[in-house]
Design a protein around this ligand. Structure first.
Ligand SMILES: Nc1nc2c(c(=O)[nH]1)N[C@H]1C(S)=C(S)[C@@H](COP(=O)(O)OP(=O)(O)OC[C@H]3O[C@@H](n4cnc5c(=O)[nH]c(N)nc54)[C@H](O)[C@@H]3O)O[C@H]1N2
Ligand SMILES: Nc1nc2c(c(=O)[nH]1)N[C@H]1C(S)=C(S)[C@@H](COP(=O)(O)OP(=O)(O)OC[C@H]3O[C@@H](n4cnc5c(=O)[nH]c(N)nc54)[C@H](O)[C@@H]3O)O[C@H]1N2
Ligand code: SF4
Ligand SMILES: [Mo]
Length: 668
């Protein structure tokens, strides 16, 4: 038996260090690295048996060609050379007849490694394919931060332990950042209070000292009401504001008078007293720390909501104290020369950009040229993209040539013409950097590929050869690229750390102090007023769902035992979730004559989804909740949860509005 160090490849802010034990080319055990500064020896339930994913009997092990109807999942094995030849001949024909923009790559976050995640960019730029606007996750959140803070680097998340008031706002850390939650609990040991603000009583709410359940999409209004009270009661730090903040007076005069708690309470679904109490706690805290999740950014007003909350610590000067401020995530894009992999320099500036949230429309309605080929890798759009019916209708098109590179026969892979088997992170090399801390770590293959699986990079190297691309870039190996990423120290990590990285050890990056001003905005101040924006000041904006005329708001939240549509291959994890439930408040259930455990249909103008009802006071009247993005084969009906999500975008960032959904529910 041999034990290797590796890193968790999934889209999770913790980016844990793993210890991987292998015997006879098989992974036999995966545990948390006790020496990893974030992981500290323990993993979430999803990864404790990663070997069950790696060696799942459902792993795809050979290239496949479709023999049945699209969507039926009927395939026959073919060889790699045949598969590559077939794909390339289809593409060459399409390029000659319809132009290269008739080809669309679709990828997102199946693996977060810098080489494998970005492996297709240079290839698709070179052939001139349509480009994908990858905004499903955090685009509106980043836009909200940037409008106020510009390029200011995030604070050290560990500072939370020095805070005396921790607000976990729109984040179910017990599911999505268990190590972040440990830091919050450490703060409590030091005397801090933990407040959770969410739309339902999540597992994180279980450990909170106080829980506020708000109406979906109303957090901007809540933040403005808090600011109203802070100003009214002189809980603001005028010296800090004078020196560091742009636009406080404009906010105080033009916006806040209309945002008293009695005006905002109904919009937020809170009592006036709850808002008053929260504002007093915030105003009296020495170093309040807000950890902001992304849930509240996935609304028609999501960019504005994040922007508004980001202004809060500027009013009290919370930033001055260690442990005080707001943390949305780290941005370590500059820590490695990622452009050596992404090769934006090859991107044809004129090729069209297609928003990944609007894949349904793109496949069904786009012309000049229509999309004639879709290449999907490390993403599962048939499950995770909004408006599932439109996506599936597009994937059914007889004139669409679909290739899916996957580890499993996902909802998307079932619609492919060609399926290619993909490696897991324990079968290829890569570099991982965290977006919830400043750690980075390389992970090297611990076992040979399972079956005939190939990594994303290997497949693009083969496709480049098949398409006759001559740039020597494509003859490199993933190891070559990794070597370039790790070649040198820079202002984020020194020589010793660069060597440690190459050996597979985790390191802590340090954002460089360029001697620049503290607030890296055009004015050098925290910009509550931002005149470059169409909306120069934070204000209350409506959600999309408010216009939809249906009574219930649907929250399709993360599950502790899955990661978006990943991990549904593990039976034990599925059993922990039991099945896909719909949580509903007893009052809403009574109004509809529904009983616990019955099958219900959740519907809106886009379609209908069947789920099992769980009546519970853990949600608010008016809000229904489902957890996880289940594969269709494990659902009682034929439709996945994203059948109900609209392709509408956020106010800023062109992001998804996956939580901004109105529905009605009836028994069946
Ligand atoms: N176990 C697990 N871990 C995951 C994931 C997963 O699916 N499962 N997903 C991964 C990915 S891709 C991401 S982006 C991150 C996401 O992680 P974060 O961005 O940190 O956010 P989440 O923990 O998803 O929290 C979303 C929470 O926001 C709440 N919410 C929704 N709308 C509102 C609102 O209007 N106001 C308020 N106050 N709360 C609201 C939801 O109920 C939910 O509890 O987690 C990653 N980690
Ligand atoms: N209803 C609802 N929808 C959501 C969300 C939600 O909370 N609710 N969350 C949204 C968010 S925040 C995000 S980020 C997206 C995520 O959407 P995706 O990025 O599509 O994430 P996953 O669902 O995890 O699917 C990733 C797929 O990649 C495959 N994979 C893993 N590693 C590799 C590899 O190395 N190579 C290849 N070729 N394949 C690999 C996995 O088997 C898996 O099927 O989903 C969004 N959709
Ligand atoms: S999914 Fe997140 S918490 Fe779980 S092992 Fe991976 S990085 Fe750690
Ligand atoms: Mo995400």
């Amino acid at each position: 038996m041999v034990t290797f160090r590796s890193a968790c490849p999934y889209d999770c802010p913790d980016t844990c260090g793993l210890l991987v034990t292998t015997a006879n080319d098989r992974v036999v055990e995966v545990t948390g690295d006790p020496e990893h500064p974030v992981t500290q020896g323990f993993l979430c339930p999803k990864m404790r048996h990663y070997e069950k994913t790696v060696h799942s009997p459902q792993r795809l092990t050979k290239p496949l060609v479709r023999i049945g109807e699209k969507g039926k999942g009927e395939f026959a094995p073919i060889s790699w050379p045949e598969a590559i030849k077939y794909i390339c001949s289809q593409w060459q024909q399409l390029i000659a007849t319809c132009g290269p923009e008739s080809i669309l790559p679709y990828s997102y976050a199946g693996t977060m490694g810098l080489v494998q995640r970005n492996a297709g960019h240079a290839f698709f730029y070179t052939i001139g394919a349509s480009r994908l606007d990858r905004t499903i996750c955090s685009a509106a959140k980043s836009a909200g931060w940037n409008m106020v803070m510009g390029a200011t680097p995030a604070m050290q998340p560990g500072e939370i332990e020095k805070s005396d008031l921790v607000i976990l706002w729109g984040i179910n850390a017990a599911a999505t950042s268990i190590h972040g939650l440990q830091n919050a609990l450490a703060a409590r040991k030091n005397g801090a209070k933990i407040v959770v603000i969410d739309t339902y009583h999540t597992p994180t709410a279980e450990i909170a000292d106080e829980v506020l359940l708000v109406k979906p999409g109303s957090d901007g209004a809540l933040a403005l009401a808090i600011m109203h009270i802070l100003v009214r009661d002189e809980h603001i730090n005028r010296d800090f504001i004078a020196e560091n903040v742009l636009g406080f007076e404009e906010l105080a005069q033009k916006i806040l008078p209309e945002c008293s708690p009695d005006k905002m309470a109904a919009r937020c679904g809170l009592e006036v007293g709850q808002i008053e109490a929260l504002a007093q706690q915030y105003g009296n805290a020495r170093a309040p720390f807000i950890r902001l999740g992304s849930g509240l950014s996935r609304y028609g007003n999501g960019g504005m909501t994040v922007r508004t909350i980001t202004c809060l610590p500027a009013l009290t000067g919370a930033w001055q104290e260690e442990g005080g401020g707001i943390f949305l995530g780290t941005s370590t894009g500059a820590a490695f020369p990622t452009h050596l992999v992404t090769r934006e320099d090859l991107s044809p500036p004129s090729s069209r950009l297609i928003n990944m949230n609007q894949l349904g429309d793109a496949l069904n309605t786009l012309v000049d040229p229509p999309i004639r080929s879709l290449y999907v890798y490390h993403s599962n759009p048939a499950s995770i993209a909004p408006d599932q019916s439109a996506v599936l209708q597009g994937l059914m098109r007889g004139d669409l040539f679909t290739v899916v590179h996957e580890r499993f026969l996902t909802d998307t892979a079932c619609y492919a013409d060609i399926v290619l088997p993909a490696t897991t992170s324990l079968e290829h090399d890569d570099l991982y950097r965290s977006y919830g801390s400043y750690t980075a770590q390389a992970g090297y293959a611990a076992i040979p590929p399972v079956g005939e699986a190939k990594s994303n990079w290997e497949v693009f190297a083969l496709l480049a050869q098949g398409m006759g691309l001559t740039d020597p870039f494509f003859s490199q190996s993933a190891q070559d690229l990794l070597g370039q990423l790790l070649a040198e120290e820079n202002s984020w990590h020194d020589h010793e750390q660069a060597s440690a990285l190459r050996t597979g050890a985790p390191i802590l990056l340090t954002p460089p102090d360029n001697g620049k001003q503290r607030w890296q905005t055009p004015s050098g101040k925290i910009e509550i007023l931002n005149t470059r924006e169409a909306e120069p000041l934070p204000r209350v904006l409506p959600t999309h769902a408010e216009e939809d005329g249906l009574p219930l708001r649907l929250q399709s939240a993360p599950s502790r035992y899955a990661l978006n549509s990943s991990f549904y291959e593990q039976k034990d994890l599925r059993e922990k979730q039991q099945c896909m439930h719909l949580l509903m408040h007893p009052v809403d259930a009574r109004d509809r004559n529904l009983f616990d455990g019955q099958r219900v249909e959740v519907r809106n103008r886009l379609g209908r989804v069947q789920l099992k009802l769980k009546i519970s006071e853990h949600t608010k009247a008016g809000t229904v909740v489902s957890e996880g993005v289940w594969w269709r084969q494990f659902l009682p009906g034929t439709s996945g949860i994203n059948t109900l999500m609209e392709q509408r975008l956020t106010d800023r960032g062109r992001g998804s509005t996956l939580y901004d959904v109105a529905v009605e529910v009836q028994g069946i």
